[in-house]
Design a protein around this ligand. Sequence first.
Ligand SMILES: Cc1cc2nc3c(=O)[nH]c(=O)nc-3n(C[C@H](O)[C@H](O)[C@H](O)COP(=O)(O)OP(=O)(O)OC[C@H]3O[C@@H](n4cnc5c(N)ncnc54)[C@H](O)[C@@H]3O)c2cc1C
Length: 260
Amino acid sequence: MNVLLVYAHPEPRSLNGALKEFAVQRLQAAGHQVQVSDLYAMGWKAAIDAGDSLDRDPEARFDASEDSRRAFASGRQSSDIAAEQDKLRWADALILQFPLWWFSMPAILKGWVDRVYAYGFAYGVGEHSDARWGDRYGEGSMVGKRAMLIVTTGGWESHYSPRGINGPIEDLLFPIHHGILHYPGFDVLPPFLVHRTSRIDRARFDTLRDELGKRLDDLWRTEPIAYRKQNGGDYDIPALTLRAEVAPGQVGFAAHVEQP
Ligand SMILES: Cc1cc2nc3c(=O)[nH]c(=O)nc-3n(C[C@H](O)[C@H](O)[C@H](O)COP(=O)(O)OP(=O)(O)OC[C@H]3O[C@@H](n4cnc5c(N)ncnc54)[C@H](O)[C@@H]3O)c2cc1C
C-alpha cells in the first residue's frame, strides 16, 4: 500500500521528528511505499494567494475559490500544489502528523490543506443542485482511501476528556476529522494521540513507539469513525440537517457519528 505522511514540525530532533522517523521505518518494514511531505523542510508556502495560479490576469480580482477552480481545471496550478495532489492520488492512506498548537494544526499544515484541496479536487465535486449537494462527507475524490492523525499535546489526557477543561479531544479534532478528511471521502481512523509531552522519558517513549507501531500495523484493519454520509439518507437536502427521526434530540458533533 502507498502511504503519504504529511508532517508539520520545524525541528527534526523533536519528539514529533522521532515518531515520524519511526513511523516511516515501520511502514516500510511492513512492505508499504511511503512518501513524506515534511512541510517545514520543504519550505511549504502556507498562504493561499494569486500566485497559486499560473498565467492569471494580474489585473483581475483575486477570488480564492474561483481562481483555484480555474487553475485546477486548466492544469495551471502552481507546481507545488499539483505535486501534493499527485501524492494524494497515489496514496492509499494519508497520515497527518503534528503537535497540537492552539487547539488545532500548525498554520503551515492548515496552509497545505487550503492550497492542495483545490476546487474540483477536494470540494466542488459532483452534482450541486437542490436535490444533491455534491459528492462530499463520505463521497468525493478520496473515497476508498484511509486517513489518520498523529497528534501530540502538552495537555494531559484528562484535560481532553469528556469533562476536561480543554474540551473533549474528539470535539477539538472534529473540524479536521470531519471537515477536512471525511469531507472529500476519506475513511477516518481514530487518531493516535500522545498527551503530556513534557513528561516523556526513555521508557515512555519506547511504549509510545510500540503503541504507534501497532496502530500502523493495523492501518488497514482499524474500524473507521462511523461518520454519517451526507447522501446516505440521514440528512434532509438541501437543508443538510439530520432528519427528524435520526438521533432524535441529539445535537452537536456527536450527532454526526452513527451509534452502534
Ligand atoms: C505555539 C504552541 C501552541 C501550543 N498549543 C497547545 C495546545 O493548544 N494544547 C496543548 O495541549 N498543547 C499545546 N502546545 C504544546 C505542544 O502541543 C507540545 O509542545 C508538542 O505537542 C510537543 O511535541 P514536540 O514534538 O514539539 O515535543 P518536544 O518538545 O520535541 O519533546 C517533548 C519531550 O519528548 C521527549 N523527547 C523528544 N524527543 C525524543 C526522542 N527522540 N526520544 C525520546 N524522547 C524524546 C523529551 O522528554 C522532550 O522533552 C503548544 C505549543 C506551542 C509551541
